[in-house]
Design a protein around this ligand. Structure first.
Ligand code: SF4
Length: 751
């Protein structure tokens, strides 16, 4: 039976190749950058345009070089930029492939239904598409109130839509970057230190003497300046301690690799804390002056010895002691990296709390080589009226759960979209910007049911991602190289800003996100919130308040400002009040206790893989960012598909050979749509398998990425929800191998 909203593969429905702008560059014919621009050109014949990269969210500033014919020839780093230090990573260098990608969304599309009930996309004019979105927004507002229009957002595109929704009267928004990624560390570090970690992380890696990575994959997670700093730390002889069930790139550069049994990290952290306290290796000065709850912590970890942890973690007691002593020897110049993708087992805020407590015991906060005190430029708000006050917001969608959530929770927004779940506040329509939800979210069934339940979905994106297949209206956005965006004002050692401006005209009929949001806003009568003709006016006004101008920023790209908040590090014995309930670093969390959570982290056992199943661990590759880059021809050239890492013992048991294609099946009988090649390697524990995330695309319009590798998301059906802040723990899924194509996949192929 057909669902109300068929998933539409853009390439195959409704319109022909011409209407969608498909061109002649098929698989194997693409070239680096502009296929028409092969002749060499010197830098003197190129004009640089200031930009900051959008291939990932590190936002490195650089220059896009354009030739006399208006073709972008290269993108390089801006040497004044602390995110890139003048060097882009391989993905950033290849980012221009996003601009030249022949599979891009080229025109607005509107979903239509034929008399036989089948659905298709038809090419639409911008007026038709924008009118339809505005009409639906008006209808939802009249029928249910503006709050019933939800937004899934990420990055700059999402921020333009967020401004639109707030002006319209809704604050029902969520971004996967919170509950599906960084949320646990936000809530944990805020409860402990009264400060968020932020992005880029305020880790003083370049000057550290000891870097502790717990499931943090620097080098595979290619965050530019962080990788550069880790490389400097290694050159400087820093001790690197990597805790990972997999021999990752970082583990390969480490002094100590601790191949921990998955899901037992809290036990290791508590044992380290035990050693620091009971061997009196902790930083007494820091603990006495700045912390709250030391006595309770000491009592709590009394019996959590390395021997206790050994039986849980598989890490030998001598190694636990040796690494704890190495940290203490380097303190306070220690970075216990807080991680980034932190949603693993549903008790992730507690694991992050344990990491924050370890940091505090080492006095590794506000000191050279530890976590420095970051500062960001406060960009003045362009003069506009205040947003209307919604009657309810994303907080109400949590229905009293997750008291320490600081942002909307994506799964709750999905659940509130499904009437049968009976949420008090219901979401009836969605805007989606900058996030490919089906591949960003665990629990595909939930997403599908929610998408089928809502009355309307509009998606703004540059590429025909899986999420566009669920849209009623598709709004093709210009790439980052073709548009103005918000001023980048992220925290760093020195406050700084960066400009993104268009280096080229938007290709095809795509439009900048700010333009799309403004057009919809004006159709809704929200003129006061769009009191400019071009977004460059907003930027210029803001820059002038900061003592610079658009004209100057076009020439320099990045500008730094003096710090206003004081030095980068705490002074010796300096008085400091932390933004917590007690004004101290809370080893014992008053917030957690008040909300009924363990005030000091407790290790709890998690389920283990059933017989013949293996725990699925996923991660990233240095040349790709999630699913968003797998069709970029420059990056596809470097890595076109993922593989599944299998320990040789397991491969022997199953008779699996290197390169053999297998389908994966999980504990809930979910099967991957595509097979994946086996990589037999000692670099993974026998009880786990590993895959790079972001492959196994099912949209045929992605001519290179379609069907390449397998999607780890399809195997994530068991989600362990963090009661503290709603994080979606995804590492409680177990897979087994299928050597033959399963009947269910055969059936779907035919359909
Ligand atoms: Fe771009 Fe690489 Fe920087 Fe990410 S780390 S913003 S991909 S250059």
């Amino acid at each position: 039976m057909k669902t109300r909203r068929d998933f539409l593969r853009i390439s195959t429905v409704g319109v022909g190749a011409t209407a969608l702008g498909l061109n002649a560059f098929g698989k194997g014919k693409f070239k680096w950058f502009d296929p028409e621009a092969d002749e060499p050109v010197s830098d003197e014949d190129l004009t640089p345009y200031a930009t900051y990269c959008e291939v990932c969210f590190w936002k490195c500033a650089g220059w896009a070089y354009v030739d006399k014919a208006g073709r972008i020839r290269k993108v390089v780093g801006n040497s004044d930029d602390p995110h890139s230090n003048g060097r882009l990573c391989p993905r950033g260098t290849g980012g221009v492939g996003m601009y030249y990608d022949e599979d891009r969304l080229k025109t607005p599309l509107i979903r239509e239904t034929k008399s036989d009930g089948s659905q298709y996309f038809r090419k639409a004019s911008w007026d038709e598409a924008l009118d339809l979105v505005a009409k639906k927004m008006k209808e939802v507002k009249e029928n249910y109130g503006p709050e019933a229009f939800g937004l899934f957002n990420h990055g700059n595109p999402g921020a333009h839509l967020e401004h639109l929704l707030r002006a319209y009267g809704s604050e029902s928004n969520a971004e996967p970057a919170f509950a599906n990624c960084r949320g646990p560390r936000s809530s944990a570090y805020f409860s402990t230190f009264g400060a968020y970690i932020g992005s880029p992380e305020n880790t003083d890696i370049r000057d550290t003497e000891c870097l502790v990575l717990i499931g943090s994959h620097i080098g595979e997670n290619m965050h530019n300046s962080q990788v550069q700093e880790m490389s400097a730390a290694i050159d400087n002889g820093a001790t690197i301690i990597t805790v990972d069930p997999r021999f990752s790139t970082a583990a390969g550069h480490s002094t100590h690799w601790l191949p921990i049994k998955p899901s037992t990290d809290i036990a290791l952290l508590l044992a380290w804390i035990h050693v620091l306290i009971y061997e009196e290796l902790y930083n007494k000065k820091f603990v006495d002056k700045y912390t709250f709850g030391f006595d309770q912590l000491k009592e709590h970890v009394k019996n959590m010895t390395p021997e206790w942890a050994y039986g849980i973690t598989d890490i030998e007691p001598a190694m636990i002691r040796e690494t704890a002593r190495a940290m203490a020897g380097a303190a306070p110049a220690v970075v216990v990296h807080p991680g980034r993708h932190t949603v693993w087992y549903g008790d992730d805020t507690q694991r992050e709390r344990a990491m924050a407590i370890l940091t505090a015991l080492l006095g590794a906060w506000g000191k050279r080589g530890s976590l420095y005190l970051p500062e960001a430029v406060s960009v003045p708000k362009f003069p506009q009226p205040g947003y209307p006050e919604p009657e309810w917001t994303w907080k109400d969608l949590n229905e009293g759960k997750f008291p320490l959530a600081t942002m909307g929770i994506t799964t709750e927004l999905l659940k509130a979209s499904i009437p049968r779940l009976g949420y008090k506040h219901q979401v009836k329509a969605w805007l989606v910007g900058g996030t490919n939800l089906p591949l960003a979210m665990p629990d595909k069934k939930l997403f599908k049911e929610a998408a089928d339940s809502v009355e309307f979905i509009a998606v703004m994106d540059t590429m025909p991602m899986e999420v566009t297949g669920y849209a009623d209206v598709v709004l093709p956005e210009a790439t980052y190289l073709e548009r103005y965006d918000f001023i980048r004002a992220a925290q760093n050692r020195v406050p700084n800003i960066a400009l993104r401006m268009p280096a080229a005209k938007p290709k095809y009929e795509s439009k900048p996100g700010w333009w799309i949001a403004k057009q919809i806003g004006e159709r809704l009568g929200l003129h006061d919130f769009y009191n400019y003709d071009d977004f460059s006016e907003v930027i210029d006004w803001q820059l002038k308040q900061l003592g610079t101008s658009l004209e100057e920023m076009k020439k320099i790209g990045v500008k730094s400002f003096p710090r206003k908040s004081g030095p980068l590090y705490l002074g010796e014995n300096e008085d400091f009040t932390f933004n917590t309930n007690t004004g101290k670093v809370e080893l014992y969390s008053v917030d957690f206790s008040d909300h009924g959570f363990d005030p000091i982290p407790v290790y709890k056992k998690h389920p283990e893989p059933p017989q013949n199943f293996y725990r699925l661990i996923y991660g990233r590759a240095p040349m790709h960012t999630f699913s968003r880059t797998s069709n970029n021809h420059n990056l596809w050239d470097l890595m076109s598909e993922n593989s599944v890492w299998v320990n040789p013992k397991v491969a022997d048991l199953w008779g699996l050979k290197r390169g053999q294609k297998v389908w994966l099946k999980n504990q809930d009988d979910a099967v991957t749509s595509f097979p994946v090649a086996v990589r037999v390697t000692e670099r993974i524990r026998w009880d786990s398998v590993y895959m790079v995330h972001g492959f196994g695309h099912s949209d045929k319009k992605l001519s290179r990425a379609f069907g390449r590798g397998a999607s780890d998301e399809e195997m994530i059906t068991n989600v362990m929800v963090d009661p503290v802040m709603g994080g979606t723990g995804m590492r409680g899924n177990f897979i087994t191998f299928l050597k033959e194509k399963p009947a269910s996949v055969e059936k779907e192929d035919k359909a």
